[in-house]
Design a protein around this ligand. Structure first.
Ligand SMILES: Nc1ncnc2c1ncn2[C@@H]1O[C@H](COP(=O)(O)OP(=O)(O)OP(=O)(O)O)[C@@H](O)[C@H]1O
Length: 276
């Protein structure tokens, strides 16, 4: 029985949102992912952790079709993700943020969110050129929704500021607002707390919980172990591109293999992470 089968059996079938099975990705001679299998259920805040170079971002890139894996499948609500083009990922309901923030720096915060909303609008290029009545009303709705999303992530007062002028933490929240503008079913966040101070991280944690409580499933790469262990209900640990452990945070942080991977053999379990 494969690991994916085990995960499916252990967790309620109707709730499965994403099932990855034996995903492998190679860069030249480097095996970045080897037979990675896991599943995400609706309502999860699913953590993806592992030491530097473990393959976390590569896995994100495979899930969001930026990379084509050599082998393996990934089913998301009936869609085979490995067959989709990157722009189709948002259409099927997955949005992501990037480890290195990717905003349109010279555009305002609200314009950045409006761009994210564009995939859910009907107006084509012709509509944008002619700016007919229906296009104008659609644009007004897009702007309204973008305002709501800026408010939702707590930076509505920055709506007209140029994105590159925002403090780092606000830029991260703007990226989340832009991702949410696509109305995702699954939101994938690549190190959202990177560069944040302790109080910004607390605010971020509340935001991620709110997002999940409002019906969006979350996949999270994060190095902040306290955040991961306190926030996620399920954690996948990668090491050298392989699954080292998968399970509830309490199980994972007690797992001797995980402790060894992070800290070396014989280290105390407490150092792997504690619930916040
Ligand atoms: N485009 C690429 N070309 C060649 N090698 C790559 C590429 N992307 C990643 N790698 C290599 O694949 C391995 C996994 O990298 P990846 O960025 O997925 O790890 P990570 O777990 O996200 O690490 P970090 O926590 O440092 O971001 C590393 O050895 C990395 O150097």
């Amino acid at each position: 029985m494969t690991q994916a089968n085990i995960n499916q059996d252990a967790r309620s079938m109707p709730d499965l949102l994403l099932v990855a099975s034996k995903l492998s990705k190679r860069f030249g001679g480097l095996q970045a992912l080897s037979d990675v299998s896991f599943s995400i259920c609706k309502g999860d805040i699913y953590g993806l952790i592992g030491p530097n170079g473990a393959g976390k971002t590569t896995l994100f890139n495979v899930l969001t079709s930026l990379y084509v894996p050599e082998s393996g499948t990934c089913n998301f609500m009936g869609h085979q993700l490995t067959r989709l083009k990157p722009h189709e990922i948002a259409i099927v309901g997955i949005a992501r943020t990037f480890q290195n923030i990717r905003l349109f720096g010279s555009l305002s915060a609200i314009e950045n969110v409006m761009i994210g909303r564009h995939i859910r609008t009907r107006a084509g290029v012709w509509g944008a050129i002619t700016r007919n009545k229906s296009t104008r009303s659609e644009e007004a709705a897009v702007e309204q929704r973008a305002h709501e999303l800026l408010e939702y992530v707590g930076i509505a007062h920055r709506a007209n500021d140029v994105a590159s002028s925002l403090p780092y933490g606000d830029q991260r929240r703007l990226e989340i607002a832009r991702a949410l503008a696509t109305d995702p079913t699954l939101l994938a966040l690549d190190e959202p707390a990177a560069g944040m101070n302790a109080s910004e991280t607390v605010v971020l944690r509340r935001l991620i919980e709110k997002i999940r409580n409002d019906g969006v499933t979350v996949l999270l790469i994060e190095h902040d172990m306290k955040l991961v262990m306190g926030l996620c209900n399920r954690v996948l640990v990668l090491e050298y591109g392989k699954v080292l452990a998968e399970g509830r945070p309490a199980e994972v942080q007690r797992n001797p293999k995980v402790i060894e991977a992070y800290l070396g053999a014989g280290s105390a379990e407490v150092a792997v992470g504690v619930s916040a």
